[in-house]
Design a protein around this ligand. Structure first.
Ligand SMILES: Nc1ncnc2c1ncn2[C@@H]1O[C@H](COP(=O)(O)OP(=O)(O)OP(=O)(O)O)[C@@H](O)[C@H]1O
Length: 561
Protein backbone atom coordinates (compact mmCIF):
# COMPACT_ATOMS: atom_id res chain seq x y z
CA UNK A 1 0.00 0.00 0.00
CA UNK A 2 2.84 2.40 0.90
CA UNK A 3 4.54 1.60 -2.42
CA UNK A 4 1.26 2.06 -4.33
CA UNK A 5 0.65 5.47 -2.75
CA UNK A 6 4.26 6.46 -3.45
CA UNK A 7 4.05 5.46 -7.10
CA UNK A 8 0.82 7.45 -7.46
CA UNK A 9 2.23 10.37 -5.44
CA UNK A 10 1.81 12.83 -8.33
CA UNK A 11 -1.93 12.12 -8.40
CA UNK A 12 -2.57 11.51 -4.71
CA UNK A 13 -0.54 14.34 -3.21
CA UNK A 14 -2.43 17.63 -3.16
CA UNK A 15 0.61 19.91 -3.16
CA UNK A 16 4.02 20.15 -4.74
CA UNK A 17 6.38 18.79 -2.05
CA UNK A 18 8.68 21.80 -2.56
CA UNK A 19 5.97 24.52 -2.36
CA UNK A 20 6.55 26.70 0.67
CA UNK A 21 3.89 28.78 2.43
CA UNK A 22 5.58 30.81 5.16
CA UNK A 23 2.18 32.02 6.37
CA UNK A 24 1.11 28.47 7.22
CA UNK A 25 4.08 26.89 9.01
CA UNK A 26 3.86 24.15 11.67
CA UNK A 27 0.18 23.46 11.21
CA UNK A 28 -1.57 20.45 12.67
CA UNK A 29 -3.56 18.13 10.34
CA UNK A 30 -6.53 19.75 8.62
CA UNK A 31 -8.80 19.05 5.67
CA UNK A 32 -6.37 20.99 3.46
CA UNK A 33 -3.14 19.55 4.84
CA UNK A 34 -3.92 15.95 5.89
CA UNK A 35 -0.71 15.59 7.90
CA UNK A 36 -0.14 19.28 8.63
CA UNK A 37 2.72 21.47 7.40
CA UNK A 38 6.43 21.61 8.27
CA UNK A 39 8.68 24.46 9.44
CA UNK A 40 8.67 26.03 5.94
CA UNK A 41 4.90 25.60 5.47
CA UNK A 42 5.34 22.66 3.04
CA UNK A 43 2.60 20.00 2.95
CA UNK A 44 3.88 17.06 5.07
CA UNK A 45 1.66 14.42 3.39
CA UNK A 46 2.99 15.39 -0.06
CA UNK A 47 6.60 15.23 1.18
CA UNK A 48 6.06 11.82 2.79
CA UNK A 49 4.41 10.47 -0.39
CA UNK A 50 7.17 11.80 -2.64
CA UNK A 51 9.73 10.25 -0.31
CA UNK A 52 8.39 6.74 -0.98
CA UNK A 53 9.87 6.14 -4.45
CA UNK A 54 13.51 7.05 -3.64
CA UNK A 55 13.28 4.95 -0.46
CA UNK A 56 11.96 1.89 -2.29
CA UNK A 57 14.49 2.28 -5.11
CA UNK A 58 17.22 2.16 -2.46
CA UNK A 59 15.62 -0.92 -0.87
CA UNK A 60 15.47 -2.62 -4.27
CA UNK A 61 19.14 -1.86 -4.96
CA UNK A 62 20.18 -3.38 -1.62
CA UNK A 63 17.94 -6.42 -2.16
CA UNK A 64 19.40 -7.11 -5.59
CA UNK A 65 22.94 -7.08 -4.21
CA UNK A 66 22.03 -9.30 -1.24
CA UNK A 67 20.04 -11.70 -3.47
CA UNK A 68 23.00 -12.17 -5.77
CA UNK A 69 25.83 -12.10 -3.24
CA UNK A 70 24.37 -13.28 0.07
CA UNK A 71 22.11 -16.00 -1.33
CA UNK A 72 24.78 -17.09 -3.84
CA UNK A 73 27.51 -17.29 -1.18
CA UNK A 74 25.25 -19.17 1.26
CA UNK A 75 24.15 -21.73 -1.34
CA UNK A 76 27.71 -22.27 -2.62
CA UNK A 77 29.21 -22.60 0.88
CA UNK A 78 26.56 -25.04 2.10
CA UNK A 79 26.44 -27.13 -1.06
CA UNK A 80 30.12 -27.37 -2.03
CA UNK A 81 31.56 -27.25 1.50
CA UNK A 82 35.36 -27.61 1.81
CA UNK A 83 37.41 -24.69 0.52
CA UNK A 84 34.39 -22.81 -0.82
CA UNK A 85 32.83 -22.97 2.62
CA UNK A 86 36.06 -21.86 4.30
CA UNK A 87 36.48 -18.95 1.85
CA UNK A 88 32.88 -17.79 2.27
CA UNK A 89 33.27 -18.16 6.04
CA UNK A 90 36.33 -15.87 6.05
CA UNK A 91 34.63 -13.36 3.77
CA UNK A 92 31.49 -13.18 5.91
CA UNK A 93 33.65 -12.82 9.05
CA UNK A 94 35.43 -9.92 7.38
CA UNK A 95 32.15 -8.25 6.30
CA UNK A 96 30.72 -8.57 9.78
CA UNK A 97 33.86 -7.04 11.30
CA UNK A 98 33.66 -3.96 9.04
CA UNK A 99 32.23 -0.82 10.67
CA UNK A 100 29.24 -0.38 8.37
CA UNK A 101 28.52 3.25 9.17
CA UNK A 102 32.14 4.42 8.73
CA UNK A 103 32.38 2.65 5.37
CA UNK A 104 29.04 4.14 4.25
CA UNK A 105 30.23 7.64 5.18
CA UNK A 106 33.47 7.12 3.24
CA UNK A 107 31.55 5.83 0.21
CA UNK A 108 29.14 8.78 0.32
CA UNK A 109 32.06 11.17 0.41
CA UNK A 110 33.89 9.51 -2.48
CA UNK A 111 30.73 9.08 -4.59
CA UNK A 112 29.32 12.56 -3.88
CA UNK A 113 26.27 11.55 -1.81
CA UNK A 114 25.22 8.78 -4.19
CA UNK A 115 22.48 6.75 -2.52
CA UNK A 116 23.08 4.00 -5.12
CA UNK A 117 26.71 3.65 -3.96
CA UNK A 118 25.59 3.63 -0.31
CA UNK A 119 22.94 0.93 -0.93
CA UNK A 120 25.32 -1.27 -2.95
CA UNK A 121 27.89 -0.99 -0.15
CA UNK A 122 25.22 -1.82 2.42
CA UNK A 123 24.11 -4.78 0.25
CA UNK A 124 27.67 -6.15 0.04
CA UNK A 125 28.38 -5.82 3.77
CA UNK A 126 24.84 -6.85 4.76
CA UNK A 127 25.00 -10.05 2.68
CA UNK A 128 27.11 -11.72 5.39
CA UNK A 129 24.13 -12.50 7.66
CA UNK A 130 21.86 -14.01 4.98
CA UNK A 131 24.84 -15.95 3.58
CA UNK A 132 25.40 -17.63 6.96
CA UNK A 133 21.74 -18.50 7.47
CA UNK A 134 21.33 -19.87 3.95
CA UNK A 135 24.58 -21.84 4.28
CA UNK A 136 23.19 -23.60 7.38
CA UNK A 137 19.87 -24.35 5.66
CA UNK A 138 21.72 -25.74 2.62
CA UNK A 139 24.06 -27.84 4.78
CA UNK A 140 21.04 -29.48 6.38
CA UNK A 141 19.70 -30.75 3.07
CA UNK A 142 22.74 -31.26 0.86
CA UNK A 143 23.07 -34.93 1.83
CA UNK A 144 19.42 -35.77 1.48
CA UNK A 145 18.68 -38.77 -0.69
CA UNK A 146 17.00 -36.86 -3.47
CA UNK A 147 19.99 -34.51 -3.82
CA UNK A 148 22.30 -37.54 -3.99
CA UNK A 149 19.95 -39.07 -6.55
CA UNK A 150 20.04 -35.88 -8.66
CA UNK A 151 23.86 -35.92 -8.52
CA UNK A 152 24.00 -39.57 -9.49
CA UNK A 153 21.63 -38.99 -12.37
CA UNK A 154 24.12 -36.51 -13.84
CA UNK A 155 22.48 -33.14 -13.14
CA UNK A 156 24.97 -30.26 -13.02
CA UNK A 157 25.67 -28.60 -9.67
CA UNK A 158 24.11 -25.37 -10.87
CA UNK A 159 20.84 -27.02 -11.84
CA UNK A 160 20.77 -29.02 -8.58
CA UNK A 161 21.33 -25.78 -6.66
CA UNK A 162 18.58 -23.90 -8.46
CA UNK A 163 16.07 -26.69 -8.98
CA UNK A 164 16.46 -28.79 -5.85
CA UNK A 165 18.26 -26.80 -3.16
CA UNK A 166 16.93 -23.25 -3.62
CA UNK A 167 13.24 -24.24 -3.41
CA UNK A 168 13.97 -25.96 -0.06
CA UNK A 169 15.73 -22.92 1.42
CA UNK A 170 13.32 -20.37 -0.02
CA UNK A 171 11.78 -19.85 3.45
CA UNK A 172 14.97 -18.52 5.11
CA UNK A 173 15.81 -16.59 1.92
CA UNK A 174 12.50 -14.70 2.02
CA UNK A 175 12.82 -13.97 5.74
CA UNK A 176 16.40 -12.72 5.34
CA UNK A 177 15.48 -10.50 2.38
CA UNK A 178 12.60 -8.97 4.32
CA UNK A 179 15.01 -8.18 7.17
CA UNK A 180 17.47 -6.62 4.73
CA UNK A 181 14.66 -4.51 3.22
CA UNK A 182 13.73 -3.23 6.67
CA UNK A 183 17.36 -2.44 7.56
CA UNK A 184 17.82 -0.71 4.17
CA UNK A 185 14.99 1.69 5.10
CA UNK A 186 16.72 2.42 8.43
CA UNK A 187 20.11 2.95 6.75
CA UNK A 188 18.66 5.33 4.15
CA UNK A 189 16.73 7.25 6.77
CA UNK A 190 19.89 7.46 8.90
CA UNK A 191 21.98 8.74 5.99
CA UNK A 192 19.41 11.43 5.12
CA UNK A 193 19.03 12.29 8.81
CA UNK A 194 22.78 12.94 8.98
CA UNK A 195 22.41 15.20 5.94
CA UNK A 196 24.63 12.95 3.82
CA UNK A 197 22.03 11.68 1.38
CA UNK A 198 19.98 13.49 -1.23
CA UNK A 199 20.43 17.19 -0.36
CA UNK A 200 17.45 19.33 0.77
CA UNK A 201 14.93 20.50 -0.23
CA UNK A 202 14.26 17.13 -1.98
CA UNK A 203 11.66 15.21 0.06
CA UNK A 204 13.17 12.24 1.93
CA UNK A 205 11.94 10.39 5.00
CA UNK A 206 15.27 10.90 6.80
CA UNK A 207 15.20 14.61 5.99
CA UNK A 208 11.69 14.80 7.45
CA UNK A 209 12.88 13.17 10.68
CA UNK A 210 15.85 15.60 10.82
CA UNK A 211 13.52 18.61 10.57
CA UNK A 212 11.11 17.08 13.10
CA UNK A 213 13.97 16.50 15.56
CA UNK A 214 15.05 20.15 15.23
CA UNK A 215 11.60 21.42 16.22
CA UNK A 216 10.74 18.66 18.66
CA UNK A 217 10.22 21.05 21.59
CA UNK A 218 7.81 23.50 20.00
CA UNK A 219 6.13 21.26 17.37
CA UNK A 220 6.39 17.54 18.33
CA UNK A 221 3.60 16.49 15.89
CA UNK A 222 6.08 16.76 12.98
CA UNK A 223 7.81 13.57 14.18
CA UNK A 224 4.60 11.52 13.90
CA UNK A 225 4.17 11.40 10.08
CA UNK A 226 7.88 11.09 9.21
CA UNK A 227 8.74 8.62 12.02
CA UNK A 228 5.40 6.78 11.62
CA UNK A 229 5.85 6.03 7.93
CA UNK A 230 9.35 4.63 8.59
CA UNK A 231 8.11 2.47 11.48
CA UNK A 232 5.09 1.22 9.52
CA UNK A 233 7.17 0.38 6.47
CA UNK A 234 9.64 -1.62 8.56
CA UNK A 235 6.77 -3.48 10.20
CA UNK A 236 5.17 -4.07 6.80
CA UNK A 237 8.37 -5.62 5.44
CA UNK A 238 8.40 -8.06 8.37
CA UNK A 239 4.76 -9.03 7.84
CA UNK A 240 5.19 -9.25 4.08
CA UNK A 241 8.21 -11.53 4.54
CA UNK A 242 6.23 -13.85 6.83
CA UNK A 243 3.25 -13.92 4.48
CA UNK A 244 5.40 -14.64 1.42
CA UNK A 245 7.26 -17.36 3.28
CA UNK A 246 3.99 -18.97 4.37
CA UNK A 247 2.63 -18.85 0.85
CA UNK A 248 5.79 -20.09 -0.81
CA UNK A 249 6.86 -22.73 1.67
CA UNK A 250 4.17 -23.80 4.02
CA UNK A 251 1.03 -23.75 1.89
CA UNK A 252 1.74 -27.29 0.70
CA UNK A 253 2.18 -28.60 4.22
CA UNK A 254 -1.09 -27.28 5.57
CA UNK A 255 -3.80 -29.89 5.86
CA UNK A 256 -6.41 -29.57 3.15
CA UNK A 257 -9.72 -28.94 4.84
CA UNK A 258 -11.78 -28.75 1.71
CA UNK A 259 -13.95 -31.80 1.30
CA UNK A 260 -13.33 -33.79 -1.84
CA UNK A 261 -16.06 -34.67 -4.25
CA UNK A 262 -17.63 -37.63 -2.52
CA UNK A 263 -17.39 -40.79 -4.51
CA UNK A 264 -20.25 -42.38 -2.61
CA UNK A 265 -23.10 -41.11 -0.52
CA UNK A 266 -21.71 -41.50 2.98
CA UNK A 267 -25.06 -41.14 4.71
CA UNK A 268 -26.50 -44.01 2.69
CA UNK A 269 -23.30 -45.95 3.23
CA UNK A 270 -23.40 -45.52 6.97
CA UNK A 271 -26.99 -46.72 7.12
CA UNK A 272 -26.73 -49.87 5.05
CA UNK A 273 -23.20 -51.00 4.35
CA UNK A 274 -22.44 -52.74 7.61
CA UNK A 275 -25.17 -55.34 7.23
CA UNK A 276 -22.66 -57.91 5.95
CA UNK A 277 -20.16 -57.32 8.78
CA UNK A 278 -19.52 -60.36 11.01
CA UNK A 279 -20.95 -60.08 14.51
CA UNK A 280 -17.55 -60.29 16.21
CA UNK A 281 -15.95 -57.55 14.07
CA UNK A 282 -14.18 -54.95 16.25
CA UNK A 283 -13.65 -52.64 13.30
CA UNK A 284 -15.41 -52.60 9.95
CA UNK A 285 -14.40 -50.27 7.14
CA UNK A 286 -16.49 -49.63 4.08
CA UNK A 287 -15.73 -47.87 0.79
CA UNK A 288 -12.61 -46.10 2.02
CA UNK A 289 -11.32 -43.92 -0.82
CA UNK A 290 -8.35 -41.61 -0.59
CA UNK A 291 -7.55 -39.05 -3.24
CA UNK A 292 -4.93 -36.44 -4.04
CA UNK A 293 -5.19 -33.29 -6.19
CA UNK A 294 -8.13 -31.11 -7.08
CA UNK A 295 -10.67 -31.07 -9.94
CA UNK A 296 -9.29 -32.53 -13.15
CA UNK A 297 -5.98 -33.28 -11.37
CA UNK A 298 -7.69 -35.46 -8.74
CA UNK A 299 -6.13 -38.95 -8.53
CA UNK A 300 -7.50 -41.86 -6.52
CA UNK A 301 -4.82 -43.46 -4.33
CA UNK A 302 -7.04 -45.89 -2.42
CA UNK A 303 -10.23 -47.03 -4.10
CA UNK A 304 -13.27 -48.17 -2.08
CA UNK A 305 -11.49 -50.52 0.29
CA UNK A 306 -13.69 -52.65 2.59
CA UNK A 307 -12.55 -54.89 5.40
CA UNK A 308 -13.59 -56.32 8.75
CA UNK A 309 -11.22 -56.84 11.64
CA UNK A 310 -12.30 -59.51 14.07
CA UNK A 311 -11.68 -59.46 17.80
CA UNK A 312 -8.14 -60.59 18.64
CA UNK A 313 -7.30 -60.94 14.95
CA UNK A 314 -4.23 -59.76 13.05
CA UNK A 315 -5.06 -58.65 9.53
CA UNK A 316 -2.13 -58.22 7.16
CA UNK A 317 -2.30 -55.51 4.50
CA UNK A 318 -0.04 -56.86 1.77
CA UNK A 319 1.02 -55.39 -1.56
CA UNK A 320 3.88 -53.92 -3.51
CA UNK A 321 5.30 -50.52 -2.70
CA UNK A 322 2.77 -47.81 -3.55
CA UNK A 323 -0.27 -50.11 -3.34
CA UNK A 324 -1.88 -47.98 -0.63
CA UNK A 325 -1.17 -50.03 2.53
CA UNK A 326 0.25 -47.17 4.55
CA UNK A 327 -2.35 -44.62 3.39
CA UNK A 328 -5.14 -47.01 4.37
CA UNK A 329 -3.88 -47.28 7.94
CA UNK A 330 -2.93 -43.59 8.21
CA UNK A 331 -6.40 -42.60 6.97
CA UNK A 332 -8.09 -44.54 9.74
CA UNK A 333 -5.76 -42.95 12.28
CA UNK A 334 -6.69 -39.49 10.90
CA UNK A 335 -3.03 -38.99 9.99
CA UNK A 336 -3.08 -38.68 6.20
CA UNK A 337 -0.10 -36.77 4.80
CA UNK A 338 -0.66 -33.25 3.41
CA UNK A 339 -2.05 -33.24 -0.10
CA UNK A 340 -4.11 -36.39 0.39
CA UNK A 341 -7.59 -36.72 1.85
CA UNK A 342 -10.41 -39.16 2.44
CA UNK A 343 -13.00 -38.85 -0.30
CA UNK A 344 -15.46 -41.38 1.04
CA UNK A 345 -15.95 -44.16 3.54
CA UNK A 346 -17.34 -45.08 6.90
CA UNK A 347 -16.17 -47.23 9.76
CA UNK A 348 -17.95 -49.04 12.52
CA UNK A 349 -16.16 -49.39 15.82
CA UNK A 350 -17.82 -51.00 18.84
CA UNK A 351 -21.25 -50.57 17.26
CA UNK A 352 -20.73 -46.91 16.44
CA UNK A 353 -20.74 -45.79 12.80
CA UNK A 354 -18.38 -42.96 11.93
CA UNK A 355 -18.26 -41.06 8.66
CA UNK A 356 -14.62 -41.22 7.55
CA UNK A 357 -14.82 -37.79 5.96
CA UNK A 358 -15.53 -36.37 9.43
CA UNK A 359 -11.94 -35.44 10.34
CA UNK A 360 -12.83 -34.25 13.85
CA UNK A 361 -14.53 -37.52 14.79
CA UNK A 362 -11.75 -39.58 13.29
CA UNK A 363 -9.07 -37.68 15.17
CA UNK A 364 -10.83 -38.39 18.45
CA UNK A 365 -10.26 -42.13 17.93
CA UNK A 366 -6.50 -41.67 17.65
CA UNK A 367 -4.63 -42.54 20.80
CA UNK A 368 -7.86 -43.70 22.43
CA UNK A 369 -9.27 -46.59 20.42
CA UNK A 370 -6.57 -46.68 17.75
CA UNK A 371 -2.82 -46.70 18.28
CA UNK A 372 0.04 -47.04 15.86
CA UNK A 373 3.64 -48.22 15.72
CA UNK A 374 5.97 -47.18 12.95
CA UNK A 375 8.71 -48.51 10.72
CA UNK A 376 11.42 -46.22 12.13
CA UNK A 377 11.06 -46.63 15.91
CA UNK A 378 13.91 -44.24 16.69
CA UNK A 379 12.45 -41.44 14.55
CA UNK A 380 9.18 -41.77 16.49
CA UNK A 381 10.91 -40.88 19.78
CA UNK A 382 11.84 -37.32 20.76
CA UNK A 383 15.64 -37.21 21.24
CA UNK A 384 15.35 -34.47 23.90
CA UNK A 385 13.46 -36.47 26.55
CA UNK A 386 14.08 -39.70 28.42
CA UNK A 387 12.08 -42.80 27.57
CA UNK A 388 10.34 -42.67 30.96
CA UNK A 389 9.36 -39.02 30.49
CA UNK A 390 7.89 -39.68 27.03
CA UNK A 391 5.89 -42.66 28.23
CA UNK A 392 4.64 -40.83 31.34
CA UNK A 393 3.52 -37.93 29.14
CA UNK A 394 1.29 -40.23 27.07
CA UNK A 395 0.00 -42.01 30.17
CA UNK A 396 -1.02 -38.73 31.81
CA UNK A 397 -2.83 -37.76 28.64
CA UNK A 398 -5.17 -40.67 29.13
CA UNK A 399 -5.39 -41.13 32.89
CA UNK A 400 -5.57 -38.79 35.88
CA UNK A 401 -2.29 -39.77 37.50
CA UNK A 402 0.30 -37.70 39.32
CA UNK A 403 3.92 -37.65 38.15
CA UNK A 404 5.07 -40.52 40.41
CA UNK A 405 2.13 -42.77 39.45
CA UNK A 406 2.68 -42.07 35.75
CA UNK A 407 6.38 -42.95 36.09
CA UNK A 408 5.49 -46.21 37.84
CA UNK A 409 3.01 -47.06 35.10
CA UNK A 410 5.65 -46.21 32.47
CA UNK A 411 8.01 -48.71 34.09
CA UNK A 412 5.23 -51.31 34.26
CA UNK A 413 4.57 -50.79 30.54
CA UNK A 414 8.28 -51.22 29.78
CA UNK A 415 8.17 -54.53 31.70
CA UNK A 416 5.10 -55.58 29.69
CA UNK A 417 7.07 -55.18 26.48
CA UNK A 418 9.72 -57.47 28.05
CA UNK A 419 12.36 -54.86 28.79
CA UNK A 420 14.39 -56.42 31.61
CA UNK A 421 15.97 -53.43 33.36
CA UNK A 422 12.91 -51.20 32.94
CA UNK A 423 13.85 -48.65 35.66
CA UNK A 424 17.23 -48.09 34.12
CA UNK A 425 15.91 -47.91 30.52
CA UNK A 426 13.28 -45.35 31.60
CA UNK A 427 16.14 -42.98 32.50
CA UNK A 428 17.84 -43.31 29.14
CA UNK A 429 17.51 -41.04 26.11
CA UNK A 430 16.51 -42.52 22.72
CA UNK A 431 20.09 -42.39 21.39
CA UNK A 432 21.17 -44.60 24.30
CA UNK A 433 18.98 -47.57 23.30
CA UNK A 434 19.06 -49.99 20.35
CA UNK A 435 16.57 -50.07 17.45
CA UNK A 436 14.85 -53.18 18.80
CA UNK A 437 14.52 -51.61 22.25
CA UNK A 438 13.16 -48.40 20.63
CA UNK A 439 10.47 -50.45 18.90
CA UNK A 440 9.57 -52.05 22.24
CA UNK A 441 9.26 -48.55 23.69
CA UNK A 442 7.07 -47.58 20.70
CA UNK A 443 4.84 -50.56 21.41
CA UNK A 444 4.69 -49.67 25.14
CA UNK A 445 3.61 -46.14 24.20
CA UNK A 446 0.94 -47.52 21.85
CA UNK A 447 -0.38 -49.79 24.60
CA UNK A 448 -0.68 -46.99 27.18
CA UNK A 449 -4.28 -45.98 26.34
CA UNK A 450 -5.46 -49.63 26.01
CA UNK A 451 -6.37 -49.32 22.31
CA UNK A 452 -8.92 -51.60 20.64
CA UNK A 453 -6.95 -51.65 17.40
CA UNK A 454 -3.19 -51.42 16.89
CA UNK A 455 -1.95 -50.35 13.45
CA UNK A 456 1.58 -51.61 12.86
CA UNK A 457 3.21 -50.14 9.74
CA UNK A 458 6.12 -52.43 8.85
CA UNK A 459 7.35 -52.29 12.45
CA UNK A 460 10.10 -54.84 11.89
CA UNK A 461 11.45 -53.77 8.48
CA UNK A 462 14.17 -51.53 9.94
CA UNK A 463 15.32 -54.16 12.45
CA UNK A 464 17.74 -57.05 12.01
CA UNK A 465 16.37 -60.55 11.64
CA UNK A 466 16.71 -61.85 15.23
CA UNK A 467 15.23 -58.65 16.66
CA UNK A 468 12.40 -58.87 14.09
CA UNK A 469 11.48 -62.32 15.40
CA UNK A 470 11.51 -61.04 19.01
CA UNK A 471 9.23 -58.10 18.15
CA UNK A 472 6.78 -60.32 16.26
CA UNK A 473 6.70 -62.70 19.21
CA UNK A 474 6.09 -59.78 21.56
CA UNK A 475 3.22 -58.46 19.41
CA UNK A 476 1.65 -61.92 19.34
CA UNK A 477 1.84 -62.20 23.14
CA UNK A 478 0.55 -58.68 23.78
CA UNK A 479 -2.33 -59.13 21.36
CA UNK A 480 -3.45 -62.13 23.35
CA UNK A 481 -2.89 -60.49 26.75
CA UNK A 482 -4.68 -57.24 25.81
CA UNK A 483 -7.31 -58.67 23.46
CA UNK A 484 -6.38 -56.13 20.80
CA UNK A 485 -6.93 -56.50 17.08
CA UNK A 486 -3.96 -55.65 14.89
CA UNK A 487 -3.72 -54.27 11.36
CA UNK A 488 -0.24 -55.19 10.15
CA UNK A 489 1.13 -53.40 7.08
CA UNK A 490 3.84 -55.41 5.33
CA UNK A 491 5.19 -56.47 1.98
CA UNK A 492 6.92 -59.49 3.52
CA UNK A 493 5.09 -62.80 3.05
CA UNK A 494 7.27 -64.33 5.79
CA UNK A 495 5.87 -61.84 8.29
CA UNK A 496 2.34 -62.49 7.02
CA UNK A 497 2.79 -66.22 7.57
CA UNK A 498 4.35 -65.62 10.97
CA UNK A 499 1.86 -63.25 12.60
CA UNK A 500 -1.28 -62.67 10.52
CA UNK A 501 -4.55 -64.56 10.74
CA UNK A 502 -5.94 -63.11 7.53
CA UNK A 503 -4.44 -61.09 4.71
CA UNK A 504 -5.84 -58.47 2.37
CA UNK A 505 -3.98 -57.97 -0.91
CA UNK A 506 -3.89 -54.46 -2.31
CA UNK A 507 -2.83 -53.42 -5.81
CA UNK A 508 -2.70 -49.78 -6.92
CA UNK A 509 -5.09 -48.80 -4.16
CA UNK A 510 -7.61 -51.55 -4.92
CA UNK A 511 -8.44 -54.47 -2.71
CA UNK A 512 -8.01 -57.65 -4.76
CA UNK A 513 -8.46 -60.47 -2.32
CA UNK A 514 -9.01 -61.07 1.41
CA UNK A 515 -8.68 -64.54 2.89
CA UNK A 516 -7.34 -66.58 5.78
CA UNK A 517 -3.58 -66.78 5.65
CA UNK A 518 -3.58 -70.53 4.96
CA UNK A 519 -5.97 -70.05 2.04
CA UNK A 520 -3.97 -67.16 0.67
CA UNK A 521 -0.80 -69.29 0.63
CA UNK A 522 -2.43 -72.54 -0.53
CA UNK A 523 -5.17 -71.32 -2.84
CA UNK A 524 -4.57 -67.72 -3.90
CA UNK A 525 -7.55 -66.71 -6.04
CA UNK A 526 -6.39 -63.59 -7.79
CA UNK A 527 -3.67 -63.82 -10.48
CA UNK A 528 -1.92 -60.84 -8.87
CA UNK A 529 -1.76 -62.63 -5.49
CA UNK A 530 -0.36 -65.68 -7.27
CA UNK A 531 2.25 -63.49 -8.99
CA UNK A 532 3.12 -61.77 -5.72
CA UNK A 533 3.59 -65.14 -3.99
CA UNK A 534 5.83 -66.39 -6.80
CA UNK A 535 8.04 -63.36 -6.25
CA UNK A 536 8.36 -64.28 -2.56
CA UNK A 537 12.04 -64.93 -1.74
CA UNK A 538 11.07 -67.13 1.25
CA UNK A 539 9.84 -69.83 -1.18
CA UNK A 540 12.75 -69.73 -3.60
CA UNK A 541 15.51 -72.33 -3.68
CA UNK A 542 18.89 -70.63 -3.11
CA UNK A 543 20.43 -69.28 -6.30
CA UNK A 544 17.19 -69.22 -8.30
CA UNK A 545 16.30 -65.96 -10.03
CA UNK A 546 12.74 -65.05 -9.05
CA UNK A 547 10.25 -63.81 -11.64
CA UNK A 548 9.02 -60.28 -11.09
CA UNK A 549 5.30 -59.75 -10.47
CA UNK A 550 4.96 -58.24 -13.96
CA UNK A 551 6.70 -61.21 -15.57
CA UNK A 552 4.43 -63.70 -13.83
CA UNK A 553 1.32 -61.72 -14.76
CA UNK A 554 2.47 -61.53 -18.41
CA UNK A 555 3.14 -65.29 -18.51
CA UNK A 556 -0.26 -66.03 -16.97
CA UNK A 557 -1.95 -63.82 -19.56
CA UNK A 558 -0.10 -65.68 -22.34
CA UNK A 559 -1.09 -69.08 -20.95
CA UNK A 560 -4.71 -67.98 -20.65
CA UNK A 561 -4.67 -66.79 -24.29
N1 LIG B 1 1.42 -37.09 0.31
C1 LIG B 1 1.12 -37.71 -0.82
N2 LIG B 1 0.69 -37.01 -1.88
C2 LIG B 1 0.38 -37.64 -3.04
N3 LIG B 1 0.46 -38.98 -3.23
C3 LIG B 1 0.88 -39.72 -2.19
C4 LIG B 1 1.25 -39.13 -0.94
N4 LIG B 1 1.63 -40.13 -0.11
C5 LIG B 1 1.53 -41.28 -0.80
N5 LIG B 1 1.08 -41.04 -2.05
C6 LIG B 1 0.84 -42.03 -3.11
O1 LIG B 1 -0.16 -42.92 -2.65
C7 LIG B 1 0.09 -44.23 -3.14
C8 LIG B 1 0.03 -45.22 -1.98
O2 LIG B 1 1.08 -44.89 -1.05
P1 LIG B 1 1.35 -45.76 0.26
O3 LIG B 1 2.43 -45.07 1.02
O4 LIG B 1 0.09 -46.04 0.95
O5 LIG B 1 1.92 -47.10 -0.37
P2 LIG B 1 2.46 -48.38 0.39
O6 LIG B 1 1.74 -49.54 -0.21
O7 LIG B 1 2.37 -48.22 1.85
O8 LIG B 1 3.98 -48.38 -0.10
P3 LIG B 1 5.32 -48.66 0.76
O9 LIG B 1 5.32 -50.12 1.03
O10 LIG B 1 6.39 -48.25 -0.19
O11 LIG B 1 5.22 -47.80 1.97
C9 LIG B 1 1.44 -44.20 -3.84
O12 LIG B 1 1.21 -44.13 -5.23
C10 LIG B 1 2.06 -42.92 -3.34
O13 LIG B 1 2.88 -42.35 -4.35
Amino acid sequence: MVLGLGLAANHVAQFDPLDQDLLAVKQLPSAEHWLGTDTLGRDVASRVLHGVTPTFIGVLQALLVVSALGVGMGLAAGYFGGRTDAFVGQLTNLFQALPMIVIALAVLTVFHRSMLAAMVTFGIIGSAGPARVIRSATLAIRNELYIEAARISGLSDISILFRHVLPRVVGPVIVQLSLIAAIAVIVQTGISFLGLGVPPPAPTWGGGIFEAAASLNDFPWLLVPSGGVVALTILAFGLLGDALRDTAVEAWSRPVHRKATRLVDNAGLAAGAFGQAPGNAVLSVRALSIVTGEGAQQRTLVDRVDFDLLAGETLGLVGESGSGKTLTSLALMGLLPPGTRIASGALRLAGQVIDLTDEERLRSLRGQDFAMIFQEPMAALDPCFTIGHQLAEVIRCHARLDGRQARERAIALLRQVKIQNAEEVAKRYPHQISGGMAQRVGIARALAPHPKVLFADEPTTALDVTVQADILELLRTLKEEHGMAVVFVTHDWGVVADICDRAMVLFRGRMLETADVIDIFDRPQHPYTQALLRANPHNAPPGQVLPTVDETLARMAQEAA
